[in-house]
Design a protein around this ligand. Structure first.
Ligand code: PLP
Length: 390
């Protein structure tokens, strides 16, 4: 192992939402933070070194992305996902959620129907409703402990005139890695009814064996021409604070529209350190990701074993990807307020209430296991004590 994921880093007082914003955002600041989607691990040293080196220059004027920024991404997508993208297709956005919002603004009109597939990453909802578009749900279905797409309902919504589908690929929460056949079926419906696909692939590097991430746009050229893809090094390398993502759009006219909206908002320059970190991550990050995934899988096994032995009213939905675990707590028989209070106030563990993720989230909680094993065991111990009434 080159990286020490067991190292406990004190993040309190580092102006991070996960630790310092818990009181403000979750309502209790004395809980163990296992919520917001960043990890408690150090980013690889070569990234930090590159940031420090640039910081030592001491002048922080407007940045630009060098060609090497783009070639590092092209190389990464080819090596990690066998997806060949052309330099011309690449553009930028200061974050994936901004890219989703920008796509809504650029490609739809107020009143247009846009599909989200709950339970899903909740900022997708506001990206639709904040811009006065109509949010329509294609609720996922839990089949044999896995969240799956409802193709029949998707086709119905597409037929009824939906203009856009916002996809989490792979899926947050629940961790489903959409299989080629599933994505194909989804994309065919979208092509047939002219629904633009926004594929948020921010979690695409965090895939457990034997699953394989399939970029939607890699399915066929026809599909690629109707897809906007966003990727970022932020989840993979713990760089969310650097507000940097890349957007991949093969279709010239869609890309021009996206870039025009980006320019109108004057946010295309991005973050100097984010640009540098992204390039370093995509150039050198393979070993880090491989070791990270092995460590996270051990955490999942620890979680499953602990829950099966000690917390029989909770079921772990085994993720196929990412460090966010969907816990089925329905057998606890609590309403969503009481469920949240149980974890936050009684167990003093800060999780994301499932209800935040929309329909299908009630009775669930989302746990972030992107932390040292000792932290995970501490959280689980506190939950057991709360069950035992201590
Ligand atoms: C599916 C998904 N998309 C986007 C984001 C956030 O992206 P960004 O911080 O680049 O806006 C997250 C963070 O949890 C996420 O889970």
């Amino acid at each position: 192992m080159n990286f020490n994921f067991d190292q406990i880093i004190d993040r309190k007082g580092s102006s991070c939402i996960k630790y310092d914003g818990m009181g403000k955002f979750l309502g209790a600041d004395d809980a163990l933070p296992m919520w917001v989607a960043d990890m408690d691990f150090l980013t690889p040293k070569y990234i930090t070194d590159a940031i420090i080196k640039r910081a030592e220059h001491g002048v922080f004027g407007y940045p630009m992305r060098e060609e090497s920024y783009f070639t590092s991404l092209i190389g990464w997508l080819m090596r990690r996902h066998q997806w060949e993208v052309m330099r011309d297709w690449l553009t930028f956005c200061p974050g994936v959620v901004p890219a989703v919002n920008l796509s809504v603004l650029a490609f739809t009109k107020p009143g247009d129907k846009i599909i989200a597939q709950p339970p899903v990453y909740f900022p997708f909802f506001a990206a639709v409703t904040d811009h006065k578009r109509e949010l329509v749900y294609n609720q996922l279905i839990m089949k044999n402990g896995r969240l799956c797409m409802d193709f029949e309902n998707l086709e119905k919504l597409a037929k009824e005139g939906a203009k856009m589908l916002i996809l989490s690929n792979p899926h947050n929460p629940g961790g489903s890695v959409w299989a080629r056949e599933e994505l194909m079926q989804m994309a065919e419906i979208c092509l047939k009814h002219n629904v633009l696909i926004i594929s948020d692939e921010i979690h695409c590097d965090l895939i457990y064996k034997p699953f394989k991430h399939i970029p939607v746009a890699s399915l066929s050229q026809e599909i690629s021409l109707q897809t906007i893809t966003t990727v970022a090094p932020s989840k993979t390398f713990n760089l969310s604070g650097l507000s940097t993502s890349s957007v991949i759009i093969e279709n010239d006219s869609l890309r021009r529209k996206f870039n025009a909206t980006l320019d109108h908002l004057h946010i295309g320059g991005g973050n100097l350190f984010g640009n540098i970190a992204s390039e370093e991550a995509y150039l050198h990050g393979d070993t880090y990701v491989d070791e990270l995934m092995a460590y996270l899988m051990l955490n999942i096994e620890t979680l499953e074993e602990y829950v099966a032995t000690n917390l029989p009213k909770i079921k772990v939905i085994r993720p196929e990807s990412t460090f966010l675990v969907w816990l089925d707590c329905r057998e606890m028989g609590l309403n969503d307020n009481d469920l949240n209070d149980f974890f936050l106030l009684k167990a003093k563990v800060g999780l994301n209430p499932g209800i935040m993720f929309g329909p299908g989230g009630d009775g669930f909680m989302r746990m972030n296991i992107g932390c040292p094993k000792a932290t995970l065991l501490q959280g689980l111990g506190q939950i057991k004590e709360a069950f035992d009434g201590k």
